[in-house]
Design a protein around this ligand. Sequence first.
Ligand SMILES: O=C(O)CCC(=O)C(=O)O
Ligand SMILES: [Fe+2]
Length: 268
Amino acid sequence: MLLIDDAVDTATLVARVRRDLATDGCSVVPDFAGPELRDALRAEGVAAAPHAYYDVETVNVYNTAPDPSLPPGHPAHRTTERGNAFVARDALPAGSVLERLYTDPAFLRFVADCFGLERVHPLADPLSGLVLNVVTPGRGHPWHFDTNEFTVSLLTQEPDDGGVFEYCPNIRTAGAENVDDVRAALEGRFPSRRLALRPGDLQLFAGRYSLHRVTPVTGATARHSAIFAYSERPGVVGTVARTRQLFGRVTPAHRAAEARVRVDRLMD
Ligand SMILES: O=C(O)CCC(=O)C(=O)O
Ligand SMILES: [Fe+2]
């Protein structure tokens, strides 16, 4: 097993994560990666970061195009600049700890158990399944919902200051957008939580229902986090449009597969 030590009482850990996810949509396993792995992960992030695709994009929390037909005051009208940048999976070296962890069968089992799923699969997407999220000083990752129902992430480098993960637990559901609450959150009038993440901490998060952001990074050090995306169905590939936005390019696999997994009718 990679990273998951046989000595770890996985059943107890999974039970705790499931409780956290049920109540908050989020759970953190502190020190998931021990000191030696932390150094390797940090080095992998630092080596990969120059490959990040920078394009300051104007986005709303749903990552949707402007829609004048929505009523005035709808949170979709409110836009900000997305200042973070992603390194695509294919820019990480083969055999990296991140790549091995992402596809490790024991880790897949652990993730599936934590989210109460029969199985999870690494995405078939050559770019977006495993990414490094790079937030350089002065930039942040603004409030948004994820397209994926759940993600797993691992902080590989901590900023000197700022760069805090903040979220509004389960502010929307599969059946209800709750736009009044979302608007209140964007105006700082809705309860949120802040996570004090340290390098090596594993975060399991239901990001489709919990509005979240990374506050602007200050100081000299960039914030790096590895984001692991999984799907319940094998073969999931992102859309051409979204892939181009995130990485500035697409692959033949994206052109070949414009269909994608949808489990609800929420805005993107
Ligand atoms: O980097 C993080 O901790 C959060 C990233 C995130 O929310 C995302 O990539 O959708
Ligand atoms: Fe997110």
